[in-house]
Design a protein around this ligand. Structure first.
Ligand code: CMP
Length: 141
């Protein structure tokens, strides 16, 4: 049975520290299938657009600067109920509050430098997937 999709990003802290392979392995072991992946460095305009929903919040400038500070790795993942499954797998925003065995507990440094992004709804998963990937870059089963 084909699952639904979600969008994740291995953020610059984790990618720069060479943790991408371990994070992908952890997600695959958790039953997520890689549908699309790329390595890129976001421009300020791209990061600003991606996080437009957070514009005006106190951490917005820091967030955009951090997300443009190095390479990151956007990926589309597939699994049954992918959005909620991935949010559970990555853990709380602040790694200090994340449950044992979650990606942020295992690989993140702090609330700001928290290793990984996950879409928060099916609608945003679709929007964020289109933001990073064209149809021809996305495999379909
Ligand atoms: P994420 O949920 O992936 O997307 C928004 C990001 O803003 C969040 O991860 C954190 O990395 C970052 N952030 C930094 N400070 C805060 C804060 N005080 N509250 C929420 N998010 C924050």
């Amino acid at each position: 049975m084909a699952g639904s999709i979600t969008l994740t990003i291995i953020k610059p802290d984790a990618f720069g520290a060479g943790k991408a392979g371990k994070i992908i392995a952890h997600l695959e072991e958790g039953g997520f299938k890689l549908v699309a992946a790329r390595v890129m460095r976001l421009t300020l305009a791209q990061a600003g657009e991606f996080y437009a929903v957070h514009k005006g919040r106190p951490f917005y400038t820091e967030l955009v600067e951090f997300m443009t500070s190095g390479e990151c790795m956007p990926m589309i993942l597939e699994k049954a109920a992918a959005v909620s499954a991935l949010r559970e797998a990555i853990g709380a925003t602040d790694p200090a509050e994340a449950a044992a065995g979650t990606v942020r507990k295992l690989f993140a440094e702090s609330k700001g430098r928290n290793a990984i992004h996950a879409s928060d709804s099916d609608e945003n998963a679709a929007r964020e997937s289109r933001f990073f990937f064209s149809e021809t870059e996305t495999i379909r089963s």
